[in-house]
Design a protein around this ligand. Structure first.
Ligand code: GDP
Ligand code: MG
Length: 185
C-alpha cells in the first residue's frame, strides 16, 4: 500500500504546486489567487528507493485543503479543518510554509493544532519520543534558487525540526525533499 502523506498549510504556500511536482504531472490547479482552487484531492507519487535496487517507493499525497472555496474570513478555521481531516487518514504530514514569507501567525496556529493532535514529536512526555506520533516534514517552499533570500529557518520554532527548502517552480532541492519523504515514510 502507498504511504499516505497529508499536505497541509495555509492558502497560497504552494501545496498544489508541490503535489504536481511530486506527481510528475499536473494534477492540481495552481491559482495565484489565494484559496480559490478546485483541485484533485489526492494523487500517487513514486520516489526512488535509495537501496540501489532501482525500485520505487509509492506515496499517496492528499490535499485536504485543496478543494472548494476557502472561507477567507475564517482562514484559521479552514486550516484547522484541513488538519483534522488530513491527519485521520494519513501516515505522515507535509506541512508547507512559504520560504520567503517565513512563519506567519496562521502557520503558527496550524503548527499548534498539529502538535496538539499528536503529530510530530509533540504529545509525548518531555524527553521521550512519542512513538505513535505521525512524522511531520516541514517544507519551506518557494526557495527558487540557492541564493534566494529566505526567512525559512523561522520554521525551527514550529517544533518539527529542520525545514527542507524546495521550489515547486524550479524543482530546486527536490532530491532533498524526496530524502525527507523516505525518512518519514
Ligand atoms: P496552494 O494554495 O497552497 O495550493 O498554492 P498553489 O500551489 O496554488 O500556489 C500559489 C501561488 O504560489 C501560485 O501563484 C504559484 O505559482 C506560486 N508558487 C507555488 N510554488 C512556488 C515556488 O516554488 N516558487 C514560486 N516563486 N512561486 C510558487
Ligand atoms: Mg491548492
Amino acid at each position: 500500500d502507498p504511504i499516505r502523506f497529508a499536505i497541509v498549510g495555509r492558502p497560497n504556500v504552494g501545496k498544489s504546486s508541490l503535489m504536481n511536482m511530486l506527481a510528475g504531472r499536473r494534477v492540481s490547479i495552481v491559482d495565484p489567487t489565494a484559496g480559490v482552487t478546485r483541485d484533485r484531492l489526492s494523487t500517487g507519487a513514486q520516489i526512488p528507493l535509495e537501496d540501489g535496487s532501482g525500485g520505487m517507493l509509492s506515496l499517496e499525497i492528499v490535499d485536504t485543503g485543496g478543494y472548494g472555496i476557502v472561507d477567507r474570513d475564517d482562514l484559521a478555521g479552514e486550516v484547522e479543518r484541513q488538519i483534522a481531516e488530513g491527519l485521520g487518514e494519513c501516515d505522515a504530514v507535509l506541512f508547507v510554509i512559504d520560504a520567503v514569507d517565513g512563519v506567519t501567525p496562521l502557520d503558527e496556529r496550524a503548527a499548534k493544532v498539529l502538535r496538539e493532535s499528536g503529530a510530530g514529536s509533540g504529545g509525548g512526555k518531555p524527553g521521550q519520543p512519542n512513538r505513535s506520533a505521525k512524522p511531520v516534514v516541514v517544507v519551506a517552499n518557494k526557495m527558487d534558487a540557492p541564493t534566494q533570500a529566505t526567512e525559512g529557518w523561522e520554521a525551527m520554532k514550529l517544533g518539527f525540526g529542520e525545514p527542507v527548502f524546495v521550489s515547486a517552480t524550479t524543482r530546486h532541492n527536490r532530491h532533498e525533499l524526496e530524502a525527507r519523504l523516505r525518512e518519514a515514510a
